[in-house]
Design a binder for this molecule. Structure first.
Ligand code: DX5
Ligand code: ZN
Length: 217
């Protein structure tokens, strides 16, 4: 199993000082930064655009794990790749050419991921498992930080983990939403290796202690 990897979600940091949030993550020796992009249609909220990601890139060498919560992600993969994304994840739910968009992300020099909302079964990801670097299982309905973790997502994580080992695949298995020191270990036990944490990292009195704890999972 891959070592546990913490991807703090910049959504939960001070939006007037995103560079400081990224600096904190880097100062703890962490590698990844999760960046949530919302379009106000696929999810009922708005966050950042490519310009923000490009500006943050000037302040940070972290691996930008960019989560596109967009109805039309295929229209935006190029601007986000140019802005400095390292990995771009797209959702399974909207209607567009998923395979072509994943291939386009790769062609742009980024890693690619597929995301499943809580209501979307593991089977929706199955055709793509050999062509993605990451599968992200949403453990809340996306749109907002600070929501309650959904334990009913654990069997889906386990199913994806089983397919990964049975088929000798190497994609990362990421969880996002309500993950903290209490809920993360169950995700780890189910097979997750990559943990998006917003509120429980940036809102913690001691984010360094959170990072140390996750390293032991
Ligand atoms: C939710 C976002 C998450 C969010 C997680 O729509 O995709 O990445 O930042 O935040 P917490 O950890 O606070 O649930
Ligand atoms: Zn996210």
């Amino acid at each position: 199993m891959l070592a546990p990897l913490l991807a703090p979600s910049i959504l939960a940091s001070d939006h007037a000082n995103l560079a400081a949030g990224a600096r904190l993550v880097g100062s703890l020796g962490l590698q990844w930064l999760h960046v949530d992009i919302m379009d106000g249609h696929f999810v009922p909220n708005l966050t950042f655009g490519p310009q923000t990601v490009a500006a943050l890139r000037k302040h940070s060498a972290l691996f930008f794990d960019v989560h596109l919560m967009l109805d039309e992600p295929h229209r935006f993969v190029e601007p986000f790749a140019q802005a400095g994304a390292n990995l771009i994840s797209i959702h399974a739910e909207p209607a567009y050419d998923h395979a072509a968009t994943l291939a386009r992300i790769r062609a742009l020099g980024c890693q690619c991921g597929l995301v499943l909302n809580p209501g979307t079964p593991a089977a929706a990801a199955e055709p793509f498992l050999s062509s993605v670097d990451l599968v992200l299982v949403m453990t809340v309905q996306p749109g907002f930080g600070g929501q309650t973790f959904r334990h009913d997502m654990l069997p889906k994580i386990a199913q994806l983990g089983r397919w990964r080992s049975e088929r000798g695949l190497g994609f990362r298995l990421e969880v996002d939403g309500g993950v903290d020191l209490a809920t993360g270990p169950a995700c780890r036990a189910a097979g997750a290796d990559t943990f998006v944490i917003g509120t429980a990292f940036f809102g913690a009195p001691d984010p360094a202690a959170v990072a140390r704890a996750i390293a032991t999972w």
